[in-house]
Design a protein around this ligand. Structure first.
Ligand code: ADP
Ligand code: ZN
Length: 728
């Protein structure tokens, strides 16, 4: 291999890929490869592993052979490289004999730098002779965990790679994977004779992903709210069954989303077309079983939703990992219900091997723990994968992001714990909840529980709030939930002590209404013009269509966002946008510049390119307001314009309730607001203020109950803001 001065790498990175700097570990790995050594790379999805062999491939005079398990992914990768002017090709069974012969010819001629193949090709007749006849300079093995039986995606064809290594022992080899426990890692080393290869291992923390868990009740309504927020599409929604994917796709389509289902029961032509539409941005949402994934390498998936309980943390982490591969903020939403456990247990019960059953049960138990976790979700996930992660606030999970207030829950905790005790510690949360709420159910009657003093003792919280309070008491270890099939509640020692001594206890305020997930603030949260971004996306979509390639092959979201933030007007400035290689400037520069220029002219925008990298970073920082603050500020500005609530709701893309909560928070923070125009009409306002006089202003639910639901919570909350403003 011709040695390359390292100082020359940065210009290559800029010229061929349009990137200014290397991501962590990339440079060290490339350096090692260029030094002729083998490497083992274990880095999470989206960390930029491909570049680690693509860039060195450009520094050699021969061919780099890339082994990749999926034919579907090969085309996108090769398309992407060619768009950047890098000579790449693939050989697989989707091509005709003539096409394959043509590819071989061009490899033999030395016209190809990267050749992608699937592992089964290695076993085909004459392929090794072909490899002998070309200048094979490097071997890259993608998804290397497929070689291990200990992994979760074992592919027997990967065993062919052992022969390849024996035939070309002096050709440096790089093995890459995003999922490898220490055991699988050792297996990869063993199988691929990578004994002395340095290991490049990076943290599995996906800092740009935000993790949220919601209770499964009203999940469709909440899903709609989430997906309608700006920047939450495209999305993948994972469902339990094929039937579920179809029903949900129909429901989402009825709500105006472009959405199709994907599962293994569909005809392969339909599956392929759905996948292609998703890749080309013609579909906003795919509802899918876990069959959808391995073939999906879309870097700009903004949301991954799990409507049902995943089998295990490994699967969940891999599926959520498909969000935000481009490094931009993205969300992982999980609708959790303890009851879903039984669906999974049914399948576990059908496994033949008892040892396998035991492992599966254990893994399922961890998944349930994740759903019920009271502390940081990210910390739990990373510790599960053996990382030391003990940062107290990850800033990217519902537990760390919520600034949920606590309240003095001494009284309600007493009621709940007595309810559990008086019903004999033999029932689950749902039944205890029914008793406390005084429901007339068959089960309560047959157990004669209407006569208990705790029966009907809870009126200040509704069913959902009460169940949430019970969960809080479980996670704060006042209550214990039995493992296994019957999750009965019982008191812990701490619970008994509390009932005996009645020491005050604080619990998080249960949710009063559907809230929409806030996303973690991120340094990547560049403020860009969403209208221009949409225009640019449209151009990208039509170019992708015309060329039959995936949308991101043209430009990634990061590139479009920078264009929509910096408004480049000239090719020299367009050149500075991330992802603009020489080739792409030539090919697409004028098309994108036209749109940016005419948009700028129409909206009076000027070019505002940052001058240098440090300045760019500084500027990004300045322009990045913490999302929470900025969201309030945006609401305040719209209020100052005296826009009707419905209009603010439309502009902000959030629920009316959220806007009212913003107003309340701003008012409580003492911000000057001009909101008189939102005041409820006088007769209604008087009626409501009388009810607040009677019940006090602290809680909304007594007033809500007072009117028996006549006034929604939003209306009451809004009225209370005015009541607090002017003492009457
Ligand atoms: P992985 O194979 O690790 O999942 P990819 O190789 O697909 O990750 O890279 C993920 C994304 O990061 C791609 O969109 C890629 O273009 C981008 N990327 C890779 N390296 C860099 C870099 N040095 N600077 C900016 N973006 C990069
Ligand atoms: Zn967290």
């Amino acid at each position: 291999m011709t040695p390359i001065a390292l100082t020359d790498l940065a210009p290559l990175l800029q010229k061929h890929f349009g990137y200014r700097t290397f991501r962590p570990l990339q440079e060290q790995i490339i350096q090692t490869m260029l030094g002729g050594k083998d490497c083992l790379v274990v880095m999470p999805t989206g960390s930029g592993k491909s570049l680690c062999f693509q860039l060195p491939a450009l520094c050699t005079d021969g061919v780099t052979l890339v082994i990749s398990p999926l034919i579907a992914l090969m085309k996108d990768q090769v398309d992407g490289l060619r768009e950047n002017g890098i000579p790449a090709a693939f050989l697989n069974s989707s091509q005709t004999a003539t096409e394959q012969a043509a590819v071989r010819k061009s490899v033999e001629r030395g016209d190809v730098r990267l050749l992608y193949i699937a592992p089964e090709r290695l076993a085909t007749h004459g392929f090794e002779d072909f490899l002998e006849s070309i200048r094979l300079r490097m071997i890259a093995i993608d998804e290397a965990h497929c070689i291990s039986e200990w992994g979760h995606e074992f592919r027997p064809d990967y065993r062919n790679l052992r022969g390849l290594r024996c035939s070309f022992p002096r050709v440096p080899c790089i093995a890459l994977t995003a999922t490898a426990t220490p055991r699988v890692r050792e297996d990869i080393r063993e199988q691929l004779s990578l004994k002395d290869a340095p290991l490049f291992l990076s943290s599995f923390n996906r800092a740009n992903l935000t993790y949220h868990v919601y209770p499964k009740s009203r999940s469709f309504e909440r899903l709609l709210l989430l997906l309608r927020k700006a920047g939450r599409l495209p999305a993948i929604v994972y469902c339990f069954s094929r039937k579920d994917t179809e029903a949900l796709a129909a429901d989402l389509a009825a709500e105006g989303f472009s959405c199709l289902p994907y599962h293994a029961g569909l005809d392969s032509g339909v599956r392929r077309s759905t996948q292609e539409k998703f890749m080309r941005d013609e579909l906003q949402i795919v509802t899918a079983t876990i069959a959808f994934g391995m073939g999906i390498d879309k870097p700009d998936v903004r949301t991954v939703v799990h409507m049902d309980l995943p089998k295990n943390i490994e699967g969940y982490y891999q599926e959520t990992g498909r969000a935000g591969r481009d490094g931009l903020p993205s969300d992982c939403i999980f609708f959790y219900s303890y009851g879903d456990k039984f669906k999974q247990e049914f399948f576990i019960g059908q496994m033949q091997d008892p040892a396998q059953q035991r492992v599966a049960r254990e893994k399922l138990e961890h998944m349930l723990q994740y759903g019920e976790l009271a502390e940081c979700r990210r910390g739990f996930l990373l510790r599960y994968f053996g990382e030391d992660y003990d940062i107290p606030d990850c800033k990217g999970c519902d537990r760390c992001l919520s600034e949920r207030e606590t309240f003095d829950a001494t009284e309600i905790a007493q009621k709940i714990l007595s309810g559990v005790l008086r019903t004999g510690e033999r029932f689950g949360a749902a039944h205890v909840c029914d008793v406390l709420r005084g429901k007339n159910t068959e089960r309560i009657r047959s157990n004669g529980q209407q006569g208990l003093p705790v029966f009907g003792s809870v009126t200040e919280f509704d069913d959902r709030q009460l169940r949430e309070l019970i969960s809080s008491l479980v996670s704060q270890t006042f209550l214990r939930k039995a493992d296994g099939q019957y999750p009965t509640l019982s008191l812990t020692d701490r619970g008994r002590l509390f009932l005996a001594e009645k020491t005050p206890v604080q619990l998080p305020v249960p949710e009063v209404q559907v809230e929409v997930a806030e996303r973690a603030a991120s340094s990547d949260d560049l403020l860009f013009d969403p209208k221009l971004f949409e225009d640019l996306r449209r151009l990208r979509r039509s170019l992708a269509n015309a060329q039959g390639v995936a949308a991101f092959v043209i430009f990634g979201d990061r590139s479009l966002r920078e264009m929509a933030a910096y408004f480049p007007q000239r090719p020299e400035s367009f050149r500075q946008i991330t992802g603009v290689s020489d080739r792409k400037l030539e090919e697409y520069g004028s098309g994108f510049l036209d749109i940016i220029r005419s948009f700028s002219a129409n909206h009076g925008m000027q070019e505002r390119m940052p001058k240098s990298a440090p300045e760019r970073r500084r500027r990004d920082r300045i322009r990045t307001v913490r999302r929470k603050d900025s969201t309030y500020e945006e609401t305040r500005v719209l209020l100052a314009r005296k826009l009707p609530l419905s209009e603010i709701v439309r502009i902000r893309g959030v629920q009316e309730g959220t806007i009212i909560q913003h107003i309340e928070a701003l008012a409580l923070a003492g911000t000057a607001l001009e909101i008189d125009y939102l005041k409820p009409p006088a007769p209604m306002f008087l009626e409501i203020s009388a009810a607040f006089d009677q019940h006090g202003m602290e809680a909304l639910s007594p007033v809500f109950n007072h009117f028996e639901g006549k006034y929604p919570y939003d209306v009451l909350r809004l009225a209370r803001i005015f009541l607090r403003q002017k003492p009457h």
